[in-house]
Design a protein around this ligand. Structure first.
Ligand code: C2E
Ligand code: MG
Ligand code: MG
Length: 759
């Protein structure tokens, strides 16, 4: 190996032009054999001329110099390949000319042509650098052949020079290429120590060559990659076994591109390594000299890959794993659970009131809320659990280690608890709450798709039941729609085809058992599935916005039906309709509602709106003026499912409401053996305080009827009277008032056994 360190770098342009010149020199030589420069020197004109003629005769051009002085002049003017020189000349002698040539370092081949054939004369001439000696009188053949030998020698030498110049240029060129390579170029000796490093070392890794020459390669390799490096260098690599594109991290002293996202102290490089052998044909251990290779900076590519990789498997807003990563982990967990005969759980979680925040407070707020939710959820997890965001306000949770359902109940309850506490963002107090569907492996499915989909189905059940809760998947649920997409498509279609029907459930006065009104409840008369209950399609309708069309349809139908019954003599019958948050918030809602009412011919005073607490709490500034406007027109307003939300008294007072509708879960809690149904009592007390009417929903038996009447509840609705039924059936009921006896008996019993008016 040459000493490259002393290299003086030339530009590649310079090197190339030199190479080109050398080539053209070479070409010139080819046809110029006869164009050698020859000088003939003699002090005798006749001898000078005859020699000149002789040379000419053999096809050579030559210059003449009459005596030594002229010779010196000629040599000063031009370069001669060969000089035929007379020795004994007056003034400047042949010896003087030889001395001059030696002094000046002329490389002309000087052939002495002299009568002085004494040994000392010849010796002196040769000593002074003469090429050869021809004795006078010369023999023509000998003289020409001596001259031609000298000329050949000249040619050889000049070719040599060209070769040398070329070599030098090409070496400089290669050195330039090596040093200016964008890659690090290195060579190791057989022990793995650096013997060469190109100039890139400094700008790439921040070391000077002198620091590393003689040091072992391992000093440059990141600690985590030493094993990889050993594999790479310790094999004697050659030819096909040469290592290409091995990705490895090298220690760097630089931090050239500012703070890096990953691995600040080391740089990703792509390495090649190839064994070098003293005899390339015999790649033996003995012949191994070292390793040659290059290293390329690929840290930018690596960073990009890491970012892309992260993006492919994570949700960018919350930095949680995404659907793809969850599926990956789930499939691993399933395999693991199958092997060990263990259970695992998948939870599908959908926020109950996220859409509202997003729609009313904007996406930035929505994003911040999602991040806050993600944080809270994460605080409920154990090590090994995976929380993923599926997009929108949907999260999925994988619990790979569960022993019993109770384990899962604990976590689900904890999550609901945490999410029920309000989020305070930018001064806004936000209530979200969540609906959680749970599927357990292996009962609820043994593939990722089945487990996720079934958890999703279970989640929809929670939504249908009034949200904010959890539900395990069960086989019966599978009879509902298999995918949300097919459900949505069919529902749109059903709406257009008139498959959505209005059923009515009577509302009965607990004072006299007469029907005071009916609640309109939607049903889907599906051509294949039969009668589909609201729980199976309303959550989807809310999500897609179809709920507005459904509500408008139900209201138009219900108003028309009730207007007809009233016209037929039942002028005191009222109708309750359920309002969705979306319909209520929509622009122009009041105008549309009033126009539907007018078209049906029903008076506003016959209409009661049922609105859930949660709907009321969503966007009070928008909702309150609308409700006030409707109230002004004479519409009654009731709070549905009362007691399940979070409304406080002060809250309620801001709304123009007349009726509280006790949720059926509290009515269901009234049992024979417990005289104390404290929540019902509290609601009754609250209604009294606010001077509101009370209606109880979900009244199923006489005990409940009796208790509610005793508490002073005005009206009741429930299976004890009737399930929701089609319009024809309810109109018959309105005519016959079949519940008068039932209520009288029930309440009389109550009057007999328990004193009324406890509160
Ligand atoms: P809701 O407004 O609280 O309606 C009362 C629900 O309780 C009805 O369920 C009714 O069938 C059921 N129910 C009545 N009496 C009893 C009883 O004694 N025991 C039990 N266990 N249940 C009883 P349905 O019809 O399935 O409706 C469920 C919910 O769907 C309704 O709850 C309401 O929030 C919503 N909904 C129904 N129709 C419409 C509609 O046209 N528009 C809107 N926006 N929502 C509707
Ligand atoms: Mg209702
Ligand atoms: Mg209700």
């Amino acid at each position: 190996m040459r000493n490259h360190d002393a290299a003086q770098v030339v530009s590649p342009g310079e090197s190339f032009s030199r190479l080109r010149n050398a080539q053209s020199d070479e070409r010139a030589e080819g046809d110029g054999a006869r164009r050698h420069a020859i000088l003939i020197v003699d002090d005798k004109p006749e001898l000078l001329n005859s020699l000149h003629q002789l040379v000419n005769l053999h096809g050579y051009q030559a210059d003449k110099a009459l005596g030594g002085a002229e010779a010196l002049e000629a040599l000063g003017r031009k370069h001669y390949d060969v000089v035929l020189l007379d020795l004994i000349m007056p003034g400047v002698s042949g010896h003087d000319v030889l001395d001059h040539a030696a002094r000046e370092g002329l490389d002309s081949k000087i052939i002495v042509v002299s009568g002085d054939s004494s040994f000392s004369g010849v010796k002196h001439a040769l000593h002074c650098g003469a090429f050869d000696f021809v004795k006078k009188p010369y023999e023509a053949g000998e003289l020409i052949s001596t001259m031609e030998t000298a000329l050949r020698q000249c040619e050889l030498e000049s070719r040599n020079q060209v070769m040398e110049a070329k070599l030098k240029d090409s070496e400089e060129l290669h050195r330039f290429i090596v040093n200016n390579s964008p890659d690090l170029v290195y060579m190791l000796d057989r022990n793995g120590c650096f013997i060469f490093l190109n100039e890139r070392l400094e700008s790439l890794l921040g070391y000077r060559k002198e620091e590393l020459i003689g040091r072992h390669y391992s000093e440059l390799v990141d600690d985590d990659h030493l094993e990889l490096a050993r594999n790479l260098f310790n094999e004697r690599r050659m030819g096909e076994r040469a290592a290409t594109n091995v990705e490895i991290r090298l220690k760097s002293r630089l931090n050239r591109r500012g703070p890096r996202l990953f691995h600040v102290q080391s740089l990703w490089m792509e390495l090649t390594a190839e064994g070098v052998y003293s005899d390339p044909n015999e790649r033996t251990r003995e012949n191994f000299v070292g390793t040659y290779g290059t290293a390329r900076d690929i840290s930018e590519r690596k960073e990009a890959e890491e970012v892309i990789n992260f993006q492919a498997y994570h949700d960018l807003l919350t930095h949680l794993p995404n659907r793809a990563l969850l599926k990956d982990r789930l499939s691993l967990a399933i395999a693991h659970a199958r092997r060990n005969k263990r259970k695992l759980a998948v939870m599908f979680l959908d926020l109950d009131r996220f859409k509202l925040v997003n729609d009313t407070l904007g996406h930035t707020m929505g994003d911040r809320l999602l991040k806050a939710v993600a944080n809270r959820l994460q605080s409920c997890l154990r090590r090994g659990d995976t929380l993923a965001r599926f997009g929108g306000d949907e999260f999925t949770l994988l619990l790979p280690e569960v022993r019993t359902k109770d384990d899962v109940v604990v976590i689900a309850s904890k999550i609901l608890d945490r999410l029920n506490a309000p989020f305070v963002i930018d001064g806004h107090e936000l209530f979200v709450g969540a609906s959680i569907g749970i599927s357990i492996y292996p009962e609820a499915g043994d593939s990722e798709e089945a487990l996720i989909q079934n958890a999703d189905i279970a989640m929809y059940q929670v939504k249908g039941r009034g949200k904010n809760g959890y539900q395990f998947f069960s086989e019966e649920m599978n009879h509902s729609f298999s995918t949300r997409l097919s459900l949505e498509r069919e529902l749109r279609n059903g709406l257009a085809q008139g498959e959505l029907k209005v059923y009515y459930q009577p509302q009965v006065s607990l004072a006299d058992g007469r029907i005071t009104g009916v609640e309109a409840l939607v049903r889907w008369q599906h051509p294949v599935r039969g009668l589909v209950e609201p729980v199976d399609f309303l959550p989807m309708a809310e999500e897609t916005g179809l709920i507005c069309q459904i509500d408008e349809h139900v209201q138009a139908q219900a108003f028309t039906d009730v207007a007809y019954w009233r016209a037929k003599g039942h002028s005191d019958v009222r109708v309750s309709v359920n309002l969705s948050a979306m319909q209520l918030e929509k622009e122009g809602f009041v105008d549309r509602f009033v126009s539907t009412l007018q078209q049906s011919g029903l008076e506003a005073g016959a209409v009661k709106l049922e609105i859930t607490e949660n709907t009321l709490m969503q966007d009070m500034e928008v909702i309150i003026p609308k409700l006030k406007e409707l109230r002004r027109l004479g519409v009654h307003i009731a709070i549905d499912d009362f007691g399940t939300g979070y409304s406080s008294l002060s809250y309620l007072q801001q709304f123009p409401i007349q009726t509280l509708k006790i949720d059926r879960s509290f009515v269901g809690d009234i049992r024979e053996d417990e005289s104390d149904a404290s929540i019902v009592n509290a609601i009754v007390a609250m209604a009294r305080g606010l001077k509101l009417d009370l209606i109880a929903e979900g009244v199923e038996n006489r005990t409940q009827l009796k208790y509610l009447h005793a508490q002073g509840c005005n009206e009741g609705q429930g299976f004890i009277f009737s399930k929701p039924v089609p319009a024809n059936d309810i109109s018959a009921m309105i005519r016959q008032n079949p519940f008068v006896d039932l209520v009288r008996d029930g309440t009389l019993e109550a009057d007999a056994s328990e004193p009324a008016g406890v509160v």
